[in-house]
Ligand binder design. Structure first.
Ligand code: 3JN
Length: 340
C-alpha cells in the first residue's frame, strides 16, 4: 500500500451523517485509496456514490474491517459498542460519532479547534462529541483560554436532522399536513414537531434533565479538562431541518469586554463572527447550513451579573456537529502520523 493513501470504512453510510461523511471525504480531497460503505443488513445492497463511482453498501459485521486504516462510525451507540472493537482489532483507528465511548477515560473526546493534543494518547478509538457540545466549545474556547470560564448556562434550539433521516421526513410530512388542515402523524417524536417546540431530546434522567443535556455537561468538562466548570443545559427540538442554535450565557473568571470577545472570535479557528445588529446581521441556521464554521453573534454583556456575557452560536449540526469534525480528526491523524 502506498503510505500516503488510506483505506476508509464508513459504518452507517446510508444515514444522515454517514452520507455526509462520504461527501466530505470527496469534497475535502481526503487521501482515500478506497472507501467501504457499511450499514445494517436492511441497507446492505443499496448503492452510494463516491468520486462518481457507485459503491455497494455491505452489511456491517465484525469481519468488515480487514485492510481498513480508518473506520468512521455513525451507526448509533449500540453498533459502535458491538463493532468498533473488531475494527481496532483489525488494525483500524476508529473515529466514533456516537456516545458509546465518549466518557471512557482511555478514549480522547476531540474537537480539533479545541483539544487536538488529546489525539496523541488514543488507543485505537477516538470519540466525536455530541453536535451541541461541539459548536459550543468551539465558540467558547478562545474566551476560556483568554480569561477563564466559571459557569455556562446554555439553551439549545436543535434541528430535526440531529435525529436522522426519519425525523427530516416527519417534519416535511407534518408541515404539509398542518398546512392542509390535516392531522399530522407523530411517529418519530412523542408530539408534533412541525410548528412546535419540544423541550425534550432523548430520555429523561431521574433528576429531570434529558440525556442530551447531561451529555453537554459531561462532554464539556472532559474536553476542557475542567471537572469543576459550572454548566447547565436546556435542550429543545425545534422545527428546523438543519443547523443547531444555542443561546449561551457565561460567567468568566476575569472581566472581558464585548469588543475583546469579538476580537477573540475574529481570530479563532473555525469561528465566523456575524455580529452587526444595526445591519441586522446575526447567525441563523439557514445561513449555517452547508458550511463548516461555527457562527457566533449577538455578543453582549449580561447586565444582571458580574463578568457575564451572552452569545448566540449556530452551526450545521450534520457537518461541524458530526461529519466535518470526524473528517478533521482523520486529517489530523494523517498529518501527525497518529494512525498506528
Ligand atoms: O438530537 C440531536 O440533535 C443530536 C443527537 C445525537 C444523538 C442521538 C441519538 C443517539 C446521539 C449522540 O450523538 O449523542 C446518540 C448517541 O450516540 O448516543
Amino acid at each position: 500500500m502506498n503510505d500516503s493513501v488510506y483505506n476508509i470504512a464508513v459504518a452507517g453510510a446510508t444515514g444522515a451523517v454517514g452520507s455526509v461523511m462520504l461527501k466530505l471525504l470527496e469534497e475535502r480531497d481526503f487521501p482515500a485509496a478506497s472507501v467501504r460503505p457499511l450499514a445494517s443488513a436492511g441497507s446492505a445492497g443499496k448503492t452510494v456514490t463516491f468520486r462518481g463511482e457507485e459503491l455497494e453498501v455491505q452489511e456491517l459485521t465484525s469481519e468488515s474491517f480487514a485492510g481498513i486504516d480508518i473506520a468512521l462510525f455513525s451507526a448509533g451507540a449500540a453498533r459502535s459498542r458491538e463493532f468498533a472493537p473488531a475494527a481496532v482489532e483489525a488494525g483500524a483507528v476508529v473515529i466514533d460519532n456516537s456516545s458509546a465511548f465518549r466518557q471512557e477515560p482511555s478514549v480522547p473526546l476531540v474537537v480539533p479547534e479545541v483539544n487536538p493534543e488529546d489525539l496523541k494518547w488514543h488507543e485505537g478509538i477516538i470519540a466525536n462529541p455530541n453536535c451541541s457540545t461541539i459548536q459550543m466549545v468551539v465558540a467558547l474556547k478562545p474566551i476560556y483560554d483568554a480569561v477563564g470560564i466559571e459557569r455556562i448556562v446554555v439553551t439549545t434550539f436543535q434541528a430535526v436532522s440531529g435525529t436522522g433521516n426519519a425525523a427530516i421526513e416527519e417534519l416535511f410530512r407534518q408541515s404539509e399536513a398542518v398546512l392542509k388542515s390535516e392531522e399530522p402523524a407523530a411517529l418519530v417524536y412523542p408530539y408534533q414537531i412541525a410548528f412546535n417546540c419540544l423541550p425534550h431530546i432523548e430520555s429523561f434522567h431521574d433528576n429531570g434533565y434529558t440525556n442530551e443535556e447531561v451529555k453537554m455537561v459531561k462532554e464539556t468538562r472532559k474536553i476542557f479538562v475542567d471537572p469543576l466548570i459550572g454548566i447547565t443545559a436546556t435542550c429543545v427540538r425545534v422545527p428546523v431541518f438543519t443547523g443547531h442554535s444555542e443561546a449561551v450565557n457565561i460567567r468568566t473568571s476575569r472581566e472581558i469586554s464585548v469588543e475583546e470577545a469579538r476580537r477573540l472570535m475574529l481570530a479563532a479557528p473555525g469561528v465566523l463572527l456575524i455580529d452587526d445588529p444595526e445591519a441586522l446581521r446575526y447567525p441563523m441556521p439557514v445561513e449555517a447550513t452547508g458550511h463548516d464554521e461555527v457562527l457566533v453573534g449577538r455578543i453582549r454583556r449580561d447586565e444582571s451579573a458580574e463578568n457575564s456575557l451572552n452569545l448566540w452560536v449556530v452551526s450545521d449540526n450534520v457537518r461541524k456537529g458530526a461529519a466535518t469534525n470526524a473528517l478533521q480528526i482523520a486529517e489530523l491523524l494523517v498529518a501527525e502520523g497518529l494512525l498506528t
